[in-house]
Design a protein around this ligand. Sequence first.
Ligand code: ADP
Ligand code: MG
Ligand code: MG
Length: 510
Amino acid sequence: MTSVSLSDYPPDLSPEEEHYLLTNVKDWSIAHGLAVRPASAFVSGEQDPSGVLATTAPVTLFPSLFPQSCFEQGLGIQTAYNELYSAIARDEEWIRGIVEELVEIDDFVENLWKVHLEVKKEGYAQDLSLGLFRSDYMVHTNPETKSLGIRQVEFNTIASSFGGLSSKVSAMHRHLLAIDAYPSSTSSVIQAEALRQSKATSSLAKGLAAAHSAYGKSRSGFPLSVLFVVQDPERNVFDQRHLQYSLLEESNARSFRLPFHRTLLDTTVDADRNLLYTPPSSPSTTYEVTTLYLRAGYSPDDHPRAEDWKARVHLERSRAIKCPSILTQLAGCKKVQQVLATPHSPHLRRFLADEHVASRVLETFAPIYPLDESKAGREARKLARHPDAAARYVLKPQREGGGNNIYRQKIPEFLDTIPQKNWPAYILMEMIEPPPLRNAILRNGEVQKGGVIGELGVYGVCLWRNESGEGAGEIVENWEAGYLLRTKGDQSEEGGVAAGFGAVDSCCLV
Ligand code: ADP
Ligand code: MG
Ligand code: MG
């Protein structure tokens, strides 16, 4: 059989070949927890009263082609990004400057900042902070040199998800290769050495374990535990479970899941500021929480009641190591990314002393503009109001979790719906246009084939000391922690898997 050229990848399959591939994808996914809880649109509470059903996570049938140089660029730069964002999170004065531009026009940022101020008044009880970060990129072609590089979409400092599933999907693609589920015409492309395995599950869990052990001994006398603060219900629960299982199996650290809205019911902060957790399932057992891992709290929807902001203060003032702290969460604002990307600005060098490292980070920035009264802001406002010019941009508020952006021609009409004084709450970013690719996605039991866009996420673990006490500013741990590839149909502007747009994928390096 002739081999496929890269432009024909992936090849068309006969009905029999497709059946074999799909059967294996479906069975392997469920057998290994490459799974999500079903959407309520598909299964109602009446059909699944005991909540036992799971379904395959959206995945690509083939590993997507990804340029090796771009892959290595992304992974190679992660420790520098960890250093950068931990330095920002330590710099309260600098964050205050960012937040001051937003507080009047963005309630969510204002509320986060108030939590920080309230805890600061009393003094922070914990000097260590943990970041489980994920820096997201797309491949970009330099228009002059035609060379490929990566450009950053965004940097996530809270609830960076899919590490658990990313390890699974790369293992599944390797398995499909091993059982000859890919036609022999692909053998020149899909080779074991070209398939990159993601170590994210184990590497992120090691990050939690590092914080857990750096916390030190129990002061309350209760046994120590890690606490995952989660949304409830959570469809992407298995992604989180893989981290919990790895944490227990590889580091012998127990962890529990606390639905964020139960925070004030199931936890207390004692006189010594220890965070004590009593599981509702076992009211006579209490644990001292070493590490608080937030997989909730990134969105206003997580804080519908005034009590939820009390809960944030309660957690933040405790002695548990936060992943992330409020300041680290604020460092992840899109506004921070825009300010760092300002041409010739001194900001990057403020945080990254090494010029060479700073320039490698700078190379990954896409053009991003403020929509404020500055000179650049006034020019961007003009651009954003013009449908033809706006077609090359995306408008982003200070939000996480997908589904919040406004794309291209929709930008001018959207801006017309909000008062001009609120425009600075948004940033205007140039769209990255990666080279065209094809793949097939299995989602909700249906296969969709066609043009796709890939987004590489690189995880990073960083544990550091804040600016008070002994060893202030010290980076205790810093490593690159595996990758995620998410792939979406090229007709969709959004890419979030959980938000219902993309699929988890792995890299076949070319
Ligand atoms: P969120 O924090 O909600 O995930 P993102 O900045 O990642 O916000 O935007 C969501 C999605 O929008 C991305 O996953 C990507 O698919 C798309 N997107 C965002 N910025 C760009 C950009 N500059 N170029 C192309 N696509 C983008
Ligand atoms: Mg994000
Ligand atoms: Mg994103």
